[in-house]
Ligand binder design. Structure first.
Ligand SMILES: [Zn+2]
Length: 373
């Protein structure tokens, strides 16, 4: 963020605060007047009326209003109207009725609102009037931002946004899918589909380890050492981003195309014990996979089912349901001694997870499945 933007952010917050305080002072006067003149009451203004008056009475005398987006003061007046509404309606917050609106103090809870056109990229967001803002956190891709609230905490600015709730309720190609996060592949689906992890980062990974090895011989703190450290950090970020994109692709695909998605509740210690699995999902971990699925399922109107941590998805035969006592990680093919079926180990696990969704529907609805004897 450059100094110009910093000033502009402060200006927006200042304008929002000014509008709020002006509106509050005016409303107080009106209430005072109405108290003293019961026979000659003035109608309590709406936020739209307040904004009209602001444009006519306040803006011409305070020209800095013209430097900022009109959204900032407009939303401030909407917030004020809501604060009064809550007060008049004796709305309870934490069991206590909401108090009379108070004047906003400088730097305390400084914030403002913007709407309009936004452009989201991985680490930046373009907002109206202010321009492109860099973010420390990577932003979700493929979303439509409708409005943002920018707030100051200490000397840092935070941006939070609402995404357009375009719940697509996409037509689902498949009713149910079980997902086995893989050792061999990133994910194996019960439909037989296999999702490979991103291959491209392996190239960077070997480069990364080479650089790390080389840097060991350099003198700590030297110019060359610092330069290499910087390159290493950049590569780390690159690898992490590729992994994250891969994960986003997978979770979007799952949520968009399936009515019910069943995944395992992997525990962290189990993940760490399984080194290869940890590597496949990357440093993002299972929780990132689950977090993405949770919000995307909501977005696309599908259901996420988490299997019990102890559900023996790998050891159970997806064909006949009988359970093996032991199954070593090296056994890539599941062979059932009972029914004689042989299939890929991960596919077997995914099918067991998918079957769980079917049985859980039956018990949830209290309807007996047709094939129950
Ligand atoms: Zn079997």
């Amino acid at each position: 963020m450059n100094n110009f933007q910093r000033t502009l952010l402060a200006k927006h917050a200042g304008t929002a605060r000014h509008a709020y305080n002006w509106g509050l002072a005016l409303c107080k006067q009106i209430l005072e007047h109405n108290k003293n003149n019961p026979s000659d009451k003035i109608k309590f203004p709406t936020d739209i009326e307040l904004h009209k008056w602001l444009n006519r009475l306040v803006k011409p005398n305070n020209t800095w209003y013209y430097d900022v987006s009109k959204c900032a003061p407009q939303q401030a007046l909407r917030d004020l109207r809501k604060a009064f509404r809550d007060f008049f309606n004796k709305k309870l917050i934490n069991g206590k009725p909401v108090g009379f609106p108070r004047f906003k103090k400088k730097y305390k809870h400084d914030s403002f609102y913007l709407d309009g056109r936004f452009k989201v990229d991985h680490f930046k967001i373009k907002v109206p009037v202010i321009g492109e803002l860099k973010t420390y956190e990577r932003l979700p891709q493929g979303i439509k931002v409708k409005n943002v609230t920018i707030s100051r905490q200490a000397d840092r600015w935070f941006i939070s946004f609402k995404i357009e709730e375009e719940i697509k309720f996409s037509t689902k190609k498949k009713d149910v899918v079980g997902v086995d996060l893989g050792v061999k592949a990133l994910a194996t689906l019960s439909t037989g589909e296999v999702r490979e992890g991103a291959k491209s980062y392996r190239r960077f990974e070997s480069k990364l380890s080479r650089m790390q090895r080389l840097n060991r011989n350099k003198i700590k703190g030297s110019k060359n050492y610092k330069k290499a450290q910087c390159q290493i950090a950049r590569l780390h970020k690159k690898v992490a981003n590729i992994r994250k994109d891969t994960l986003h692709n997978l979770t979007t695909y799952l949520a968009k195309n399936h009515g019910k998605i069943v995944i395992e509740d992997l525990n962290v210690s189990g993940m760490l014990a399984n080194h290869k699995l940890a590597k496949a999902i990357g440093d993002l971990g299972f929780y990132e996979f689950r977090r993405q699925l949770e919000y995307k399922c909501e977005l696309y109107g599908s259901e996420l089912i988490i299997a019990d941590r102890w559900f023996p998805s790998s050891k159970t035969c997806s064909n006949c349901g009988c359970k093996k006592e032991t199954l070593s990680l090296s056994e890539r093919v599941y062979h059932c001694d009972n029914c004689g079926v042989s299939l890929d180990r991960d596919l077997n696990a995914a099918k067991n997870l998918a079957a769980l969704a079917v049985s859980s529907t039956v018990s949830a609805c209290g309807v007996e499945s047709a094939d129950t004897p």
